[in-house]
Design a protein around this ligand. Structure first.
Ligand SMILES: C[S@@+](CC[C@H](N)C(=O)[O-])C[C@H]1O[C@@H](n2cnc3c(N)ncnc32)[C@H](O)[C@@H]1O
Length: 279
């Protein structure tokens, strides 16, 4: 039984980093006319109304997207992400925060495809309704790890596999490396981005080490912590491991991270952009 609902956390500082990276990767894929496929393993509900009771209860978006919405920072990757969020809020104020599938769908061209898996009944239904009638998008009520086996490789050789577990289950931490290796065997040319929380530093480092020890090549680590590491005090930061990143991503994130840090940080935060393994 899944209890995690992303509606409590949408637009948080962690979503800002994750979706900024998502936009940067998809923009890179859009540079060539050849079609690409986005495979989103943990789709969530797709869109989150700011005035929803869940969003208001935690207010996580207040220390996330609300600190940046409507700003221009002068850093291309940040401003591009903010423009995508603004385009998805045509009323001119932040009324909805877009989840990863909505951002992907917004950036798909006619020839591109999005396939999402989501297991929670309510969020699956919301996601299905969001894309009803969009023939470029496929939404399956399927376990993320089963979906990687069943839906890969996609029709196109270019693409992004976004893996964004809720880490409700310890198995999420341990299953990811095997699932990624399997996914890359089927879809070796994909960029693969795996989101992770920073809750307890030793556990985070163990998680990252598994990827390095598994000899996964061309692995970039992007991490932004809004507070100093402190175990038992909730999420202090988050990161993404990006396999086969666009060659411009590390440099763009070197510029973006200090801006995110300044906007979202609460003192004693830190960030890193590190190539962990070579090609
Ligand atoms: C962090 S949220 C996803 C947020 C979304 N990727 C975004 O950025 O907007 C994780 C989602 O995964 C779903 N989930 C958890 N375990 C799953 C599994 N084994 N298979 C598919 N979905 C799962 C949860 O219901 C939740 O909606």
């Amino acid at each position: 039984m899944l209890s995690y609902r992303h509606s409590y956390h949408a637009g948080s500082f962690a979503d800002v980093l994750k979706h900024l990276v998502e936009v940067a990767i998809l923009d890179h894929l859009r540079l060539k006319p050849k079609p690409f496929t986005v495979h989103d393993t943990h789709g969530g509900a797709g869109r989150y109304a700011i005035d929803d009771a869940h969003m208001q209860k935690t207010g996580e978006y207040v220390d996330g997207i609300a600190r940046l919405f409507g700003e221009r920072t002068g850093v291309a990757a940040v401003d591009r992400y903010l423009s995508v969020v603004a385009q998805l809020n045509p009323v001119g104020r932040l009324s909805h925060y877009p989840g990863s599938p909505l951002i992907a769908a917004h950036l798909l061209r006619e020839q591109d495809r999005l396939q999402c898996t989501e297991l929670h009944s309510t969020d699956f239904e919301l996601l299905r309704q969001e894309f009803a009638g969009d023939r470029r998008v496929r939404v399956e009520k399927l376990d993320a790890w089963q979906g990687l086996k069943a839906l890969l490789p996609p029709e196109h050789r270019r693409g992004l596999v976004l893996i964004d577990p809720s880490y409700e289950l310890e198995a999420d931490y341990t299953q990811v490396v095997g699932a990624v290796r399997q996914a890359l065997r089927k879809f070796a040319t994909a960029t693969c981005a795996i989101w992770y929380p920073v809750l307890e530093r030793n556990r985070t480092e163990r998680f990252v080490r598994r990827f390095v020890e598994a000899d996964i090549p061309n692995l970039l680590r992007l991490e932004c912590c809004v507070r100093a590491d402190a175990s038992g005090r909730g999420m202090t930061g988050s990161g993404l491991l990006v396999i086969n990143p666009p060659y411009t991503l590390a440099a763009n994130m070197e510029q973006a991270m200090p801006v995110l840090q300044a906007a979202l940080g609460e003192g004693h935060g830190h960030h890193r952009v590190a190539q962990l393994t070579g090609e």
